[in-house]
Design a protein around this ligand. Structure first.
Ligand code: NAP
Length: 484
């Protein structure tokens, strides 16, 4: 890792608590693996409850000052962090490639995406407005203000190791909260590099703390400690449910960005080239390891063969390879468990009538690579229809009518992203209204940015990140009734 970085101090291998880089109390460590070659990149402290409690205490100690700093001061520090992230984008992208396995081109996009949230929330910090409302009673003033929720526990996944942290933390900081972050043990170095840059940007000690280690123990402390007033989690629905039940003990506020099972509906009146380009871009972004990845592709029967032919041509151009090669389209999956899960899902689908049109198995022995795959003639009896695939597998389901495809698309516990391709405006209105999802891409597959409210319904979670709404997740409303 070190030899690839211009600024070697960005490769931090200790946890960051109250402005200091620390080992676990018992000096236990966890190895971090590069999924491209299965080699150990380095180690991180394997911390647990005691260290997490300490980090929470420091975050609480820092809260009183931080929440009452002026919004301008908070915004200025966020702007400094933004500048430092952009100035170090090459190193930050390199760290992502090495620990997570996306291509260098995509890693640069992730850093740009991350930075956009820091800038956005630096701007939003200045817009935490209140209201004065006319009272029904003479001589009363009704004032509504917002204030920081307090200490926030933040738990994030490996698939976007930089942006999933920043999307939460920059909103929390803008609101005046302090945080204890637990990054995924698979991709901790992006988080720690951001911690190093936050310290250079001038965030006071204790405002940002990063505890690496055993998920259950750290999350157990975050959810049972009464100082922590909110948990913001991005990850699987399974762990989201667990955290929701744990957070109930202290009625902690929750933001949950959970799994998806996105339908990608292509009607026969769509511009098929637009649909095809969007499908390739959406599906192969991060090798399919994205919560908004097209998971079920519904293709109207009248264009079924024609579209699959076009898709096969495009799939043949996908280049699987060295993540530092600028021409590579996709890199490896995150680990062996991911390969095993996808292999199982394909086997189950084939046993129930699906056909493998291309790909279908792992590629090479050095890393966790999997061939770009097309499965056709899928149906909802297959487990793959109900499961987030998280890999480069296109699963195609035929449909005949609009009503039928709406029912199929909504036939899932998830409700994060969905996509429609059509040129008929009336149909677009009808179908986008009928889809039970938090987000709908219309003739578009790249829908994530700092401006739009990102989030899901049903078992895809609650709350919104980014946008004019994102800061509210870290603010409590206070109503003052004043007899003047
Ligand atoms: P995950 O297994 O749920 O892990 C997410 C985080 O939770 C990691 O930090 C993990 O730690 C931690 N964790 C694991 N077990 C835990 C436990 N028992 N208690 C508390 N925390 C625990 O998810 P993942 O595999 O990392 O990420 C993929 C999932 O995230 C997918 O379902 C994807 O759709 C979802 N996701 C959603 C969004 C969104 O915005 N809706 C965005 C990105 C990803 P360790 O990794 O250290 O074990």
């Amino acid at each position: 890792m070190l030899e690839k970085l211009a600024d070697k101090k960005l490769f931090r291998t200790k946890s960051y608590i109250a402005g200091s880089w620390c080992d676990a109390d018992n000096h236990n460590i966890i190895e971090v693996i590069n999924p491209s070659n299965k080699q150990v990149i380095g180690t991180i402290p394997n911390m647990g409850e005691a260290e997490t409690k300490r980090a929470i205490d420091y975050a609480y100690g820092a809260l009183e000052n931080w929440k009452w700093t002026s919004v301008k001061d908070r915004a200025d520090i966020l702007y400094k962090w933004y500048d430092l992230i952009l100035a170090n984008r090459d190193d930050l992208a390199t760290i992502i490639v090495l620990e997570q396995g996306k291509t260098i081109t995509e890693a640069h996009k992730e850093i740009a995406y991350s930075a956009s949230f820091v800038k956005w929330f630096a701007e939003e910090a200045r817009r935490i407005y209140g209201k004065i409302i006319p009272s029904p009673i003479k001589n009363q003033k009704i004032m509504v203000t917002s204030e920081a929720v307090g200490v926030v526990g933040i738990i994030t996944p490996w698939n976007f190791p930089s942006s999933m942290i920043i999307r939460k933390v920059s909103a929390a900081f803008a609101a005046g909260c302090t945080v204890v972050i637990k990054p995924s043990e698979l991709t901790p170095y992006s988080a720690l590099a951001l911690g190093e840059l936050a310290s250079r940007a001038g965030f006071p000690d204790g405002v940002l703390n990063i505890v690496t280690g055993e998920a259950g123990a750290i999350a157990g402390e975050l959810t049972s400690n009464k100082i922590v007033k909110k948990i913001s989690f991005t990850g699987s629905t399974r762990v989201g449910k667990l955290l929701m039940s744990q957070a109930a003990g202290n009625i902690q506020r929750l933001s949950l960005e959970l799994g998806g099972n996105a339908p990608f509906i292509i009607f026969d009146d769509a511009d098929l080239d637009v649909a095809l380009n969007c499908l390739i871009a959406g599906k192969f972004r991060n090798n399919g390891q994205s919560c908004v990845s097209p998971n079920r592709i519904y293709l109207q029967k009248t264009i079924y063969e024609k579209f699959i032919d076009k898709l096969t041509n495009e799939i043949n151009k996908v280049k699987l390879g060295d993540c530092f090669d600028k021409d590579a389209t996709i890199g490896p999956l995150i680990n062996q468990a991911s390969i095993d899960k996808i292999t199982y899902l394909i086997k189950d689908a084939v046993s129930k009538g699906a056909k493998i049109f291309s790909g279908g198995s792992k590629a090479g022995e050095d890393g966790y690579f999997f061939q770009p795959t097309i499965l056709v003639d899928a149906n909802h009896q297959m487990e793959i229809a109900a499961t987030e695939i998280f890999g480069p597998v296109m699963v195609i389901y035929p449909f005949e009518t609009e009503d039928q495809v709406i029912k199929l698309a909504n036939d899932t516990d998830y409700g994060l992203a969905s996509y429609i391709f059509s040129k008929d405006y009336a149909r677009i209105y009808r179908v986008s209204d009928a889809l039970e999802y938090g987000m709908v891409g219309i003739n578009e597959a790249i829908i994530s940015n700092e401006i739009g409210p990102f989030g899901g319904i049903k078992q895809s979670g609650m709350g919104r990140e980014g946008s004019y709404l994102g800061i509210n997740e870290y603010l409590n409303i206070k109503y003052k009734c004043w007899n003047v």
